[in-house]
Write a protein that binds this ligand. Sequence first.
Ligand code: CA
Length: 225
Amino acid sequence: MSAPKILLVEDEKALAKIIRYNLEKGGYSVLVAGDGQTGLELFRKEGPDLAIVDVMLPKMDGFDFCRAARKDSRVPILFLTARKEEVDRIIGLELGGDAYVTKPFSMKELLARVRALLRRTRPAKSAPRRAGGLELDAGAHELRLQGKPVALSPKDFALLSCLWEADGKALTREHLLEKIWGPDRSMEIDLATIDQYVARLRGKLGPEAGRLITVKNVGYRLKLD
Ligand code: CA
């Protein structure tokens, strides 16, 4: 299951950079455009799962972007807006309650909106998978324990997804290291890192921690039945 793809259309470079950083840290893959026209081209070419669009943009503003994008797509659009009058126009576009965040906003707030919008639209592509009280929602990039979201770092999420996809089979620590850290591997990351992540992940799984099983001399597996 690939990470949800988000298109960010924002002309303020410093803001675009910090949003991109936070989305990537949240496990999303991000494309950035600095004006509406380029944004629309990317939107059509790349087919993102969600677009985050500033209202005031060079070449084509956020509203025109939205109208053009809506002609042949139902992908959710989240507006970034600076003024009350813009909010009224957004509501007029009938995009629903989650369709805007007002500047200045916190990254936490933005990520919560993104997750909420993706949860609504991505399940059609990938239904959440359950194991006992655990529910892995790859679409919304979220793990739920007895219905409540569990706070996981992107690496925790990747580790769990990787084990989940193995469908109960054991994976070696080398395999996990390669899959999850791959090219970002630095000197401090070694096989013991996997053990630390597994231990931490178990701590977050509460009563379901026993599903994450150590397979002696091999690595780990996730018990799904
Ligand atoms: Ca702007």
